[in-house]
Design a protein around this ligand. Structure first.
Ligand SMILES: [Zn+2]
Length: 261
């Protein structure tokens, strides 16, 4: 699924749609319109206007519209963005490799003949005008050591659940979180507030390095652990079988040797 890194790619791709006049929309899938958003509100906010900026908080892409509205796009499990027929990410891990225009849930057409579309096979993403941003946590690219420390020390929930809680840290999904904890030698089940200052610092260093590395390498599926996330998979560091279990309902892999306690 798209995690914060993939949505950062989408944001960069969406920059090609800035400063172009919007002439029409396809927003007739009402299930895909979230909150109070309706086709008529979208028409009113967007037609004849331009997008002036592409921002991102966590997994939420934000397109500022001249006139003051904000168009929020969420991508769920399988959503991608396509601008003028070209996609920042061609195929998502664990999604269909077919590329069917029938999966276009939302389209903005520009007066130069180009378009920006959200293609989402499983339809779990959504479009929301002026989304509420107050419930989003610290963004995965800009979070500071102090902020991470605050997120962890204020809860005894498992550290993995805490990191994946979008109202605490915005943008981490299952793959990134397992990769970061594997690199930092932290058991995903540990109570978040059991990490001492030094462990939190080591976790923070691996967090930042993982995000930056995987952004360069092409996505959240490019981690060292990724190919070993299978039944019977071995720790790439120790060659012993990884443990497989659920944390907060999400399938989790960790090494019983270097991520214990
Ligand atoms: Zn190991």
């Amino acid at each position: 699924m798209p995690e914060g890194i993939e949505v950062e790619y989408y944001r960069r791709g969406a920059e090609a749609s800035i400063d172009r006049s919007i002439t029409s929309l396809m927003a007739d899938d009402l299930y895909y319109l979230k909150g109070q958003t309706s086709p008529s509100l979208l028409q009113k906010a967007l037609i004849g206007k331009e997008l002036i900026r592409a921002r991102r908080i966590g997994k939420l892409l934000l397109l500022d519209v001249d006139g003051g509205d904000i168009l929020g796009l969420r991508f769920g499990m399988t959503g991608r963005i396509i601008v003028d027929g070209s996609a920042p990410i061609e195929y998502l891990e664990y999604s269909s490799e077919r590329n069917n225009p029938a999966w276009d849930r939302f389209i903005i057409n520009f007066n130069d003949g180009g378009s920006m579309r959200v293609r989402d096979p499983r339809r779990l993403g959504g479009v929301e005008l002026n989304p509420n941003l107050s419930r989003l946590g610290f963004d995965l690219y800009t979070i500071t050591m102090q902020e991470l420390s605050q997120v962890l020390s204020s809860s005894s929930r498992p550290v993995k659940s805490r990191l994946m809680d979008q109202s605490e840290v915005a943008g981490l999904g299952n793959l990134l979180t397992d990769e970061i904890l594997w690199r930092a030698s932290v058991d995903p089940r540990r109570p978040a507030d059991s990490l001492d200052e030094k462990e939190t610092y080591i976790l923070y260093e691996h967090f930042k390095k993982t995000i930056s590395e995987l952004t360069s390498l092409g996505g959240s599926h490019m981690g060292i652990l990724q190919d070993h996330r299978t039944r019977g998979g071995l720790c790439p560091r120790h060659g012993i079988p990884l443990e497989r279990y659920k944390v907060g309902g999400r399938t989790t892999y960790s090494c019983p040797e270097h991520q214990k306690g």
